[in-house]
Write a protein that binds this ligand. Sequence first.
Ligand SMILES: Nc1ncnc2c1ncn2[C@@H]1O[C@H](COP(=O)(O)OP(=O)(O)OP(=O)(O)O)[C@@H](O)[C@H]1O
Length: 292
Amino acid sequence: MSGEHLLQLENVSKFFPIGGFFSRARMTAVDDVSFALAADRPEIFTIVGESGSGKSTLAKMILGSEAADRGTIRFDGADIGDISSRSAREAFMTRVQPVFQNPFEAFNPLTRIDEYLYATAHRFKGAKSRAEREALADTALQRVGLSIAEVRGRYSHELSGGQLQRIAVARALIPEPKLIVADEPVSMVDASLRMSIVNLFRELRDTLKVSIIYITHDLATAYYIADRVIIMRKGVVVESGDARTVLDNPQHEYSFALKNAVLPPDPREASTIIRQRRQDVGAPVAREIVRA
Ligand SMILES: Nc1ncnc2c1ncn2[C@@H]1O[C@H](COP(=O)(O)OP(=O)(O)OP(=O)(O)O)[C@@H](O)[C@H]1O
């Protein structure tokens, strides 16, 4: 395939052994998943599903940290299953960066936060001097509404979950990636700060033209943030397409159930949930779902 796709998954499956060492049984964590992101149209592509639906396994395969057992994943036309040398891996990671769920786990409490940023600037941008590293860190931090002056010398326990997650995003931006894979990036962040992080991903799409794979179990967040969405259940994509179309009019019974679990059809019940959503990810999401 040519470079018309930034990312292309074709019939990707992942199996895990179950039932102990001598067992031949296996479960299918990801089952025959295909989708593609265009190279010239940055977007937020959301993978939605309940716990155990295979979202994180899919993310790990896209990041190259788990190998697909079947199918192919191509980034910029090249099969990521062919990446074997350390230099090829580093080059891939320059262009595809992760943001993980728990910012408190992402940073060792005994290491200063700015050191992580300098290390990333050194590793992916070859920044040698302290001044160069600080400049790259500061540029990335400014993109997420922070600065090196605010972060310098501080440890993770001195910062909020929201600030730490912003710093994790800044770190992911230092290599200037084309794709960010964000796995439940706001679920460990205080509810009052979630919306600002969710909006940050939209800004990055628009200003830096970076594509984002955004993984969530929360339909309301997906509705708010996604350009396109796939809904997964037990490893299978049960529905996919334009986010508004899919989430307004789910065709598959699971997506329908998921939507109703988010907002019940009764407007009075729904309004209670809307108030909750307003605190969590913002009101427009829920209001529009109700109108639909
Ligand atoms: N390393 C592993 N070994 C065995 N089974 C695994 C492994 N990783 C994931 N699984 C199983 O694969 C299935 C999909 O897991 P996965 O973590 O991808 O789902 P998920 O949708 O991301 O769920 P969650 O939101 O809870 O993380 C689950 O049944 C899980 O138990």
